[in-house]
Structure formats: C-alpha cells, structure tokens
Write a protein that binds this ligand. Structure first.
Ligand code: CA
Length: 244
C-alpha cells in the first residue's frame, strides 16, 4: 500500500522517482508531546481575554503564528482584527501560561524511529514554527546526535510560516535537496498543507484529537495513527521509498 501512495506522488509531480535522502520533522506534536499544553494554554488565555477558543480548535490552528490565530478569533467574534497591542498582550500571556506547565516529553516512538533513520544514512532535519530560545538545547538533550543546527528551520528563519510552503522550501535549500529527495513528517493540518505545497511527499501522523480526514483532506500522502505506529511501520515504508 505504501508503493501505491509513492507511485501516485511521483506521477502527480512528474518526477522520475522518489530518491529519499532526508526526513524533515515537524517538532511540536511529532517529536515532543507538547500540543496538549499548547491547546490548554490557548484555551485558558483566550477566555481570560473574553474570546472562545476550544482546545480542539487550537489543534486546527496549530502551526499558525500567534498573531494569525488571535486575528481569526477576533474577526469571528468581533468582526475585526485585534490591535497590535492586544496581540502582544495575549501572545505574551499565552506564552507565560505555556511556560508554567511541565516541560513536554519526547513523543513515544520518536527517538526509536529517529535512530533507525539516522542508521540508514539519511539526513534528519527539524522544521518548526517555534521560536523558543531553548529549542536547540532541548533537541540535543532529548535527541542526542540526531539534529544539527545548520539543518534546522525555526521561527527565526522564516517570514510567513506554515501553512505557507516557505519553511519546507527553506529546509530543502539548507539541505541541498530537491523536493523528491525528502519526506515531511507532520501532525497538524496546516503543517501538512505546507509540506504538500512545497511539493514534498508528506506523511501525516495523527497524534492529536482531530479526525484523520482533516489531515488527509489537506493532501497528506500517507497517514499513521501515532508515532509508535510510524516507528513500527518504518522498515516497510523505507523499503517502499527505496524502490521509489
Ligand atoms: Ca506540529
């Protein structure tokens, strides 16, 4: 079944074959189990400012910039964008709320599959909208020897962010890769949208509460139900990918 998805991708994009060299990982909700905390922080903070943003809806906005999310809710509930000052206030409060929670743990299965990918000689990259200063430390502490600073795309690198393809296009550029030489691993609808728009084979891993179709509707080439499931299936998927 993996061959079929790969064949479909190759034909759609007019490539000769998929020639896998690198795996591009999203971070929140893929490498770290941080999304429940983000959803909680969004929900609490927005209601403190008089807005309704359910935890489930927070998952739909995952990957969007803070300002983008706040404006969508403000438009819906008040019919206009939030002011610059409101955006700063709300986003600061949300970040403070998030930072008061325990540090997110590694997603189960993530370390295992990363080691296999590394052992296969493939390049591993992180492509995230996060701009936390401690990001690199956290990655090297939790996933020692897996990621290099030069092969990361963060909030500091990009102008638009997901769902714009920019972060993934930048990852291809940094890695010296063509779209058909990489795959994207994403958990959020907007992240899948970004990977697909960059022309890269995009694997959705549904680690949150949204129904599968939300990720498939964005054009995900494959879907796994969890990171442990992705890890279990990696050998079979890799075999199919090698055949291109
Ligand atoms: Ca994510």
């Amino acid at each position: 079944m993996y061959q079929e998805a790969i064949k479909k991708y190759v034909e759609q994009h007019g490539h000769q074959r998929l020639n896998l060299k690198a795996v591009l990982f999203d971070m929140d909700g893929v490498l770290f189990n941080s999304m429940p905390y983000h959803a909680e922080a969004w929900n609490k903070t927005m209601s403190r400012f008089g807005f309704n943003l359910s935890k489930e809806e927070a998952y739909l906005h995952e990957g969007r910039t803070g300002a983008g999310t706040i404006n969508i809710i403000s438009q819906r509930e008040r019919g206009h964008d939030a002011t610059e000052e409101e955006i700063q206030q709300i986003y600061k409060a949300k970040s403070e709320e998030f930072n008061s929670y325990p540090e997110a743990e590694r997603m189960p299965g993530a370390w295992e599959v990363l080691q296999k990918i590394k052992a296969a000689g493939l390049t591993t990259m992180v492509v995230t909208g996060s701009g936390q200063g401690s990001l690199l430390d956290r990655l090297s502490h939790n996933f020692p020897g897996i990621f290099q600073k030069e092969l990361m795309v963060t909030a500091f690198d990009v102008k638009f962010g997901k769902p714009n393809p920019e972060p993934y296009l930048m990852a291809l550029q940094k890695g010296g890769l063509k779209p058909e030489e990489a795959i994207v691993i994403e958990n959020a609808p907007l992240g899948v949208q970004a990977g697909v728009a960059a022309g890269i084979f995009t694997v959705a891993v549904n680690t949150g509460p949204l129904p599968d179709h939300v990720l498939l509707d964005e054009g995900a080439n494959l879907l796994f139900s969890s990171m442990p499931h992705f890890n279990e299936q990696w050998e079979m998927l890799y075999e199919a990918l090698k055949q291109g």
